[in-house]
Design a protein around this ligand. Structure first.
Ligand code: CU
Length: 692
């Protein structure tokens, strides 16, 4: 979940940098934009450079379209159409356009703006009506000042026994959130930020339980509190949440330092063994991988045109007034790149990691940008046994090395790492690594009622008996006397623009199908375990909304019907699910931004600009909002076309006492494995033969 509006800085050209290398002879990095010597972009997908961002600012300022009180906090490359990128030849001219979300506090209007850097003009300006671009530091600053000026808020806090000699914000930790799901709030020319108040005034950790039953909603356009919830609630108490003041730490051995080998970062591209790909980084998605290819016997073969984390939602299960609104658009409202954090080799990433520092838009800076240090990382890690065959004393063996490329975002109480894993055998994977603190709430009950009930055990005849909490822990778990950790779901969506051996691809689903009669021979009759594979080829996007099925070992293969390999099998990549979840959202939400959680796999025709399953501006999407994956997945054909695959990963989090006061990290993943892409195992040359 992401409650806090974190530092807004945005994305761009990538400054290569090596850290923690002991013997890094094989690491070569090219600094694209060393201080004082900015380079012109060499490729149409290169993020906007420092000079370009300075030009964006000047074009916006000279346009006369915006008041002096305009927040240009969301800026990123407006990617050229795929056809333009496909036709690009090095050295040729290409378009350069910036997308900007402008929030004008004087006119109380928001706009999508396209700035054309080639003509120096605004190419398009769209009034967003009552849609709201994501929140920025400017919004939270206004919200903080508004709360400080509101006597009713201060009075409510004082009545709860807090000590506030001066400004509220000097003595009370506030958390700011996008408005979430709250149909009762008035729409129109307002821009709403929700404010929650921490109960502990003396902690270093900012996530003590919130004051129960208290919350403010601020209209940052009007500069006033438009709603104050202040109702009878569970009293606050001291709880051991402050992980920064834990005693009794054991010293840990220092991390081993090992040289990175074989990772090359140059001109925004990464090469590692047979893999090559282009890096991008922006405010909303954070890391974007473009033009991922695998060199097969010296021939680069395209696999993906573009891959990114296209959305993240955290949604809580408690329907009470203080919590019912809480579904957080971690990406659409806060931005994974905007919330990205610097990582330190030897700490968050191995000592051998190569780290990359992109230039990001920053409207608070004179030139509209700043270098964001150490945002992207790449490192090798041990991948277990890659191949292994044993015959007497003879061993055929290779140990695997994997490349991890990723970034991390600090989204309020959670830190997410988003990792792409590339393997020697042509397979790759995505991992979301979740860490941080669960959200807790004070309750009047001291301990776990359902635990007492469960002590009765199964039914009297030994039959199973089901118990559900019905007291203060109905929507969570007691993690401490008087404190409940709240149930929630984490949802991630990957947008994967596959181009397996070219743009014309298709998708088939494979399911295990039992063969009812033993037909293999008389001796096998009646053995009752025979099965075949059923392959379903999809023709229309609407039919390719599919769900994980462990029962039928379900997988999906994205393939090129015209690129035939061994035995006529088309070259493809299989989506092999790992652990996944089922949506908790109700039926009425299927067509809206949360709709992507209703199915694990979606396939849509490629369309320029459809980058997020929640659409461009999901924050306060109303019933007429049709910019969502549900609507992208229409009756259009997806067979032998340029298609996009969307994969949703969900985790249902029923907290455990061990998740408190800070949880151990947990990982969600999905694998992508070549299927018919190679004629045989492509990594046989990595093996050694041992005779002992
Ligand atoms: Cu969680």
């Amino acid at each position: 979940m992401s409650l806090v509006a974190s530092i807004r800085s945005a994305m761009l050209p990538i400054l290569g940098r090596v850290r923690g290398l002991v013997a890094a002879a094989s690491v070569a990095l090219v600094c694209l934009a060393a201080a004082g010597a900015p380079a012109a972009p060499l490729h149409p997908l290169e993020p906007l450079g420092a000079d370009e961002l300075a030009a964006v600012r000047s074009i916006l300022a000279k346009s006369g379209r915006f008041s002096a009180r305009t927040d240009f906090s969301w800026v990123q490359l407006d990617e050229p159409p795929k056809t333009v990128v496909g036709a690009f030849k090095p050295g040729a001219d290409f378009p350069r356009r910036a997308y900007v979300a402008a929030v004008d506090f004087d006119s109380k209007k928001s706009y999508d703006v396209i700035v054309d850097l080639k003509t120096g003009q605004i190419a398009a300006l769209t009034d967003l009506g009552d849609m709201e671009p994501g929140i920025s530091d400017h919004d939270t600053e206004v919200a903080r000042a508004t709360v400080d000026a509101d006597e009713a808020v201060k009075a409510a806090l004082l009545r709860r026994g807090l000590t506030i000699p001066g400004k509220v914000s000097d003595r009370v930790i506030m958390q700011f959130a996008a408005i979430g799901r709250d149909p009762g709030l008035e729409r129109g020319h307002n821009r709403l930020i929700r404010v929650l108040f921490a109960s502990d005034q003396d902690s270093v950790n900012e996530f003590s339980p919130f004051l129960d039953g208290m919350m403010a909603v601020v209209d940052v356009f009007a500069g006033r509190v438009v709603k104050l919830i202040d109702e009878a609630a569970a009293p606050s108490r001291k709880v051991p949440h402050d992980i920064f003041r834990l005693g009794g730490r054991r010293p840990q051995p220092p991390p081993s330092r090992r040289a990175a080998t074989g990772v090359t970062v140059a001109h925004n591209t990464i090469s590692w063994r047979q893999w090559t790909l282009r890096l991008g980084f922006n405010l909303r998605e954070g890391l974007v991988l473009y033009q991922v290819a695998f060199s097969d016997a010296g021939r680069p073969r395209p696999i993906l045109y573009r891959a990114a984390v296209a959305d993240v939602i955290t949604a809580y299960g408690d329907p009470s007034a203080s919590w019912s609104w809480m579904e957080l658009l971690d990406e659409g409202a806060f931005g994974l790149g905007a919330s990205s954090i610097d990582v330190r080799p030897g700490r968050e990433v191995p000592a051998s990691a190569v780290v990359v520092s992109p230039v990001m838009p920053d409207p608070a800076k004179a030139r509209f940008s700043a270098v964001s240090r150490n945002r992207i990382y790449a490192y090798e890690r041990d991948g277990g046994n890659l191949m292994h065959y044993r015959q007497g004393d003879l061993t055929f063996h290779a140990r695997a090395t994997e490349l991890v490329i990723g970034f991390m975002s600090s989204l309020g109480n959670y830190v997410y790492a988003f990792n792409w894993i590339f393997r020697q055998d042509g397979s790759f994977a995505f991992e979301a690594d979740l860490g941080g603190e669960i959200l807790t709430k004070f309750v009047r009950a001291e301990d776990c009622g359902v635990c007492r009930a469960m002590a009765q055990g199964p039914g009297p005849g030994g039959e199973p008996r089901t118990y559900g909490p019905d007291g203060d822990d109905r929507f969570g778990t007691f993690v401490h006397p008087g404190l409940v950790g709240l149930n929630h779901q984490h949802w991630f969506n990957l947008r994967l623009d596959f181009d397996v051996d070219g743009t014309r691809n298709a998708v088939a689903e494979t399911n295990l199908k039992r063969v009812e009669e033993g037909a293999a021979g008389a001796g096998a009759r009646g053995a009752d375990r025979f099965f075949t594979a059923a392959h379903t080829v999809f023709g229309r996007a609407r039919d390719a909304r599919r769900d994980v099925s462990d029962e039928s070992a379900r997988s999906w293969t994205i393939y090129n019907p015209s690129s035939l390999g061994v035995g006529g099998r088309p070259a493809g990549y299989a989506v092999v699910p790992g652990h996944n979840g089922s949506t908790a959202f109700g039926e009425s939400r299927e067509q809206g931004p949360a709709g992507y959680t209703f199915h694990h796999l979606w396939v849509t025709p490629y369309r320029d600009g459809q980058l997020y399953p929640v659409g461009a501006h999901p924050s306060r999407a109303g019933s007429g909002y049709a910019d969502t994956l549900f609507h992208y997945a229409d009756d259009e054909p997806i067979y032998d076309r340029d298609i996009v695959v969307w994969y949703s990963l969900g985790e249902t989090h029923f907290p455990r006492p061990e998740d408190y006061p800070v949880m151990s990290n947990t990982t969600l993943s999905v694998d992508f494995r070549p299927d018919g892409f190679f004629a045989r195992n492509p990594v046989l040359d990595a093996a050694k033969v041992y005779d002992k």
